[in-house]
Design a protein around this ligand. Sequence first.
Ligand code: ZN
Ligand code: ZN
Length: 382
Amino acid sequence: MKYGSILFLLLFFAFTFYHCKKENELPIVKDTLFYTVAEKSIIYASDTTQPFVFLNATNPADLAILQKQSRNVKVPNDTTTYLYLRMLKTIKTHSLTSIAAPEIGINRNLIIIKRKDKQGEPYEVFVNPKITQHSNATTTYQETCATLPNQYPASIDRYNLIFVEYYTLDGKKQVEMIETETAAFVQHAITHLGGGILPLTQDPLAFTGLEIDTIMAKPDDVAMRILLTTNYQDSLILRKQSIDVRPDSNDIVLKTLIKRMKKALDQTSGVGIAAPQVGINRNVIWVKRLDRPGQPFEVYLNPKIVMTSQNTVLFNGDGCLSVPGITGRTRRYSAIGIEYDLLDGTHKTEVVQGTTVSNFTSVIFQHEIDHLNGILFIDRIE
Ligand SMILES: [Zn+2]
Ligand SMILES: [Zn+2]
């Protein structure tokens, strides 16, 4: 055993010596702290007054970069300072609370944080940061990320208190305890350095592919087909519960749905239409405001009846574009309190009256909001 160990040591030294010699003959400098040509081409693409462009995590090529482990940087170093200056311009331009170098395509351990825990909320840079200790207690935050454009916020648990070890731009080592919101910003940014991203959460109110195909199949000046109870497939859609839409004046799909619903209504003598009647189970209705001067047609998003009068009336002559050949007498509230959204996101509350032959606005609203809940006027005939 002893002899074997000595022999092993001798062989080890001989090998090491040989290896060193070989490396001396062929010197290969492999310092990962040096910026690569590719990194420098991104960093120096513009002067320091120009922000970087964020990667997009929904793009597979960008996602591959975002998921890479980042490497440390040298400080003090001119390129690191230049990278910092452009990242600072970027975080300010987009009014963000944190930025990490991978978010702009540089897999390096450099982050800037908006210090909500300091006077004036200054932006501070953390070079090669590491979380060395943390509390057990966490808080759930609703976070968004600059690499997830227009995404719904994700619920993320963050430690309430962390100890961060990092370097300043002039190379001084620091250790600092950071708490609450600012600690959450640091954790978001440091997660990026490890190749982490926020989970892609879908907006639960986003239009489905099928809805988009149906709505966008024709231009916005072409009426959508009105579904009929006499068609079995149509009747299934007419009986389904609808869900809300996200009000957004820039949403081309929503705007097209609204216009094509109106075109469908215009082809009839109807006084109202609900989105399920054109095959879209969404809370959108058009109502003819018989109670207003000029009796305009108006569109309502996500309408809900929040109050009803004690009094009801038997309304004579209820009918529906989707129920051919039938009219009837339905029981309706004299007045209702409604809430709804406008396209620009404004939320409104209103009391609507009118159950007479010349003004039956309250009945129209009740009829159309029934459609959103899969209810037809024939269910209310007395
Ligand atoms: Zn982020
Ligand atoms: Zn109807």
